[in-house]
Structure formats: C-alpha cells, structure tokens
Design a protein around this ligand. Structure first.
Ligand SMILES: *[C@@H]1O[C@H](CO)[C@@H](O)[C@H](O)[C@H]1NC(C)=O
Ligand SMILES: *[C@@H]1O[C@H](CO)[C@@H](O)[C@H](O)[C@H]1NC(C)=O
Length: 485
C-alpha cells in the first residue's frame, strides 16, 4: 500500500480541484482532530481556471494544468516552476496542420485550456495537451518543465479542438521492452472527419521522434482508432462522446463515457434525446479495435434512477468491503457518482448517488454477451456506430475472459444496463467528484460536493458509512479534475 501522505496528496488531486475562474487549491493533509484546521492554499492568476491536476507518486510534487499555464508545485503548494502555454493567435475554424493548410480565418487571442495532463513515469515527462490549434500536446520534463517536444507537423498530432476540459481522457499502457502506448479518448466537437473519438497511439521514448502519437496500426482498411460516422450526426446533430474517466486493468483499457442517445419513453413512439452513461472496453493489444465493446451503466435506489455519470475512480476492495461484497480484497472496484435521471448533461440534477461496480461483474456481463453474439443471438446494437440492427453472426469458437474480438461481430454493444451497488444518496448538495483507497483493510471513499463539502464513507463498515466531520473546505464546487461546474 502507498504511504499515507501521498494518499492524501492523491486525494487532494482528485477532490480539491476548484473550478474554472475560482483558481484556488486547498489543503494538503488533514489536521489532527484536536487541532484547529488551517489550510495551505494556492491561488492562480485572477480569472485563470484550473483544469487538471496530477501528483507524482514518487516525489509528491503536484502538476497543475490551468488555462494558459502548467504549474509544478511542491507538496505544500509552493510554486516551483511555471510553464506558459498560451494565449496565442488562433481560430477554432482553422484546420491542422497549419504548415500544410494555410488558414484564412481571422485570428484572435485565444486561451489554451489544458485538456489532458498525464505523468509518463517511464520517461520522466509530463504529457500536457491543450485546446489551442486543434489540440496539440507538449512533452515537458518533470524536473523543470523544460519542453522536450511539441509535435505538430502531422495530422495525428492534433487531438481535437474542444476547449471543455472534461471531455478528454488518456491512458498510458507501459511495456518494459517496447515503446509505450497512449490510448486517447476525446470529444470531437462536430469534427469527426478530423479526429477519432478513440485511438491508440505510439508514445515514443524520444520526445522529438517522428512517430510520436502515430496510430499504433494504420493501413487502408484497418486502424487503431474509431471515428464517429458522419451519418450519426443526421440523427443526433450535436452527437459527441464525453470521456469522464479512464484506466487500465488486466488485459483491458476502459473508459467511462456520457453520450447522447435517442430513446422512446415507455408508452411512447416518439423518440427523445437523453444522455446515457456507458463503459467502453478495449483490449490493450488489439490494434484493429475489434475488441470495442460498450455497456450502459447506471444505478438505482428506492425506485429512483441515477443515470448521469459525474465522476469515477478505480480502487481495490480491501478485506472488509470484500467480505460484504463477496469478492477478493485485491479485486478492482469502480467507485462512481451519478446524478438523477438522464435528461441533462451540463445542468445535472442535485439528487446524486455514490455507487460501486465490481469490475469483474461487468467483465462477466461482457463475456456472456460476446458468447451469445457468437452463437448468432441478437444484434450488434450500437446505434452511433451504425450497427444497431446488424445481426450477430455465429461462429464456433471458445470465448474466454480475455477474448479480443474478430471483425465479424465488432463493434458490439451490450443492451442491458449493468447496475452499480448504491452506497449513499444525497438529494441537495450534488456529489461531483470521488476518490477511494484502502487503508488498513478498510475501503474509504471521499466525495466532493457542489457546495465544496468533503464527505467520507466507509462502505462495508456497519454503521460507519458516515459523513466526514467538519468537511466544509471551500465555497466553490469540488470538481472531478476535468469538469466545469
Ligand atoms: C471556449 O470556446 C468558446 C467558443 O469558441 C469560447 O466562447 C470560450 O470562451 C472558450 N473557453 C475558454 C476558457 O477560453
Ligand atoms: C487485514 O486483513 C488480513 C486478512 O483478513 C489480516 O491478516 C490482517 O491482519 C488485516 N490487517 C489489519 C491492519 O487489520
């Protein structure tokens, strides 16, 4: 288990992100119960919003992605280095790469919103991607934020121009003897022809290498990417996929998404647009993306449906909660926060629920669906990928836990929603962020709320699933480190 201080810094990294415009960072460590609390704070420039925060688990140093700046802070929130990323002359209508296509749109001073901040531990660098120029990335040395590379001469160096920080997620898959891979999942902001919504890229050792961010595989017919078909926009004009969280576990990479969908309410034949939360799974080693599977996820308590994903965090069960759930202590759990209903994405309702998913149960559900599809049952059922009504084809093969798909039945949507286990619901002060870890066999979940409160839960501990005392930390919402209020 990690040492406590870094767990707390980690907690800070996910909970104590205070939103766009109110750039303040709060405490580092919980004070002992007997002492009066005094917090260390860090304030950015006025009107400068914070977007993302990562903590180097080896040193405790904090990296903060803000509008137009990347900061390196000590664990007591002293600024060690600042790296400027913007603003610059740009126009969101200009298409990349600009050295190939000149842009005739008027350029104006434009902010660079940090959209993704990842630590590449193997190469001791920070991958910082912004919104300027259709989303290019810098590779910065962790030590001093010296710019090691900033690839921009090829089309695949541009991730997407969205300037909402809560729409992109990256997951690094590391190898001991090969170049690493970077899975990038991003909203595309109406430009599906330019930007794949999900892809795997080469993360070369040399930050200036020509192949940096090149698709892991790409030929005329097959590529390590999925683009949103333009037909999808004729059904849902503002279609996009918002990536809330991502992680890797076992042989897979997972993303948790929110996406618009047309549904008919019960008893009605007319369709209406709602947002559905879905888990996306891909095999780490699948270069053709035949393993792409989507599963709707949600939560229900006392007849109330919580379907709009706000935040998520992967943790282990720990011995105590494992006993309650009937799993092993080292099993992966997904701690999730949903808000009620599925109508509104940005102005979510305040009724919210903290729910737990057992990752193995989701994987089992996917395996069962893969098995039934390869028996020829049902359809591929993925509306946005235009395969909703395509029947599954049968094939005689054994599908085990690590099956990575064939092009015959891919991509595949699981129709039935997987429900999480509700831990706690809150009706007034919407839960907006979550982090969890195991401490002395107990699973602890910390939740940040819209009004700036911090709540602590001990799921699985009888009678101790309580709120954290004295938890008011700030007057502004706690945000998952990638979403505006
Ligand atoms: C994001 O882009 C929109 C439209 O171009 C603009 O109105 C908004 O100010 C931008 N956000 C930031 C933080 O610069
Ligand atoms: C945690 O649980 C294990 C297995 O049940 C037990 O051996 C160990 O003593 C426990 N540790 C603590 C700190 O309670």
């Amino acid at each position: 288990m990690k040492a406590m201080p870094w767990n707390w810094t980690c907690l800070l990294s996910h909970l104590l992100m205070v939103g766009m415009g109110s750039s303040t960072l709060l405490p580092r460590q919980p004070p002992p119960p007997s002492q009066k609390r005094s917090f260390i704070t860090f304030r950015g420039e006025p009107a400068e919003g914070f977007n993302h925060l990562v903590v180097d688990e080896r040193t405790g140093h904090i990296y903060l992605g803000a509008v137009n700046r990347i900061y390196k802070l000590s664990s007591d929130l002293k600024v060690l280095v600042t790296h400027q990323t913007g603003p610059d002359e740009d126009n969101p209508k200009c298409y990349p790469p600009r050295i190939v296509q000149t842009c005739h749109e008027p350029l104006t001073t434009t902010n660079n919103v940090n959209k993704m901040l990842l630590i590449d531990y193997k190469e001791n660098r920070l991958i910082a991607c912004g919104s300027l120029y259709q989303g290019i990335c810098k590779l910065l040395r962790l030590e001093d934020l010296f710019k090691l590379g900033e690839p921009f001469h090829k089309k695949e160096h541009y991730l997407s121009g969205v300037n909402e920080s809560g729409s992109v997620f990256g997951v690094i898959v590391s190898y001991s003897n090969l170049d690493d891979k970077l899975f990038i999942a991003t909203a595309v902001d109406g430009k599906p022809e330019y930007f794949p919504t999900i892809s795997s890229r080469k993360l070369t050792k040399n930050s200036e290498a020509d192949g940096m961010f090149a698709y892991v595989f790409h030929d005329e017919f097959v590529a390590s990417m999925i683009k949103i078909p333009s037909d999808t926009f004729t059904v849902i004009p503002d279609f996009d996929i918002y990536y809330v969280y991502g992680f890797s576990s076992g042989n897979f990479v997972y993303f948790l998404t929110l996406q618009p969908e047309m549904v008919s309410p019960p008893g009605s034949t007319t369709k209406e647009q709602v947002y559905t939360s879905k888990l996306v799974r891909l095999c780490k080693e699948d270069t053709a993306f035949n393993s792409y599977v989507e599963v709707p996820i949600g939560c229900e308590r006392s007849g109330v449906e919580y379907r709009l994903l706000q935040a998520a965090y992967l943790s282990k069960a720990g011995a105590v909660l494992a006993r309650t759930l009937g799993v092993r202590p080292e099993d992966d759990l997904l701690f999730t926060v949903f808000s009620k209903g599925q109508k509104r994405k940005m102005k979510s309702l305040d009724e919210s629920a903290l729910c737990i998913f057992i990752l193995k149960q989701i994987n089992d559900r996917i395996k069962e669906r893969l098995q039934s599809c390869y028996r020829g049952e049902g359809t591929l059922d993925l509306a946005w990928l235009k395969v909703k009504d395509i029947p599954c084809s049968s094939a005689l093969l054994t599908i085990d836990d690590n099956f990575c798909g064939l092009d015959m039945n891919a991509p595949l949507g699981v129709s039935e929603m997987v429900r999480g286990i509700p831990v706690f619901t809150e009706d007034r002060d919407r839960m907006t962020s979550v982090i969890a870890y195991v401490y002395k066999n107990h699973s602890l979940a910390f939740v940040g709320t819209k009004s700036g409160k911090l709540k602590k839960y001990q799921p699985g501990d009888e009678g101790r699933e309580r709120e954290y005392q004295d938890s008011k930390l700030s007057p502004a919402p706690h945000l998952r480190d990638l979403e505006k209020a």
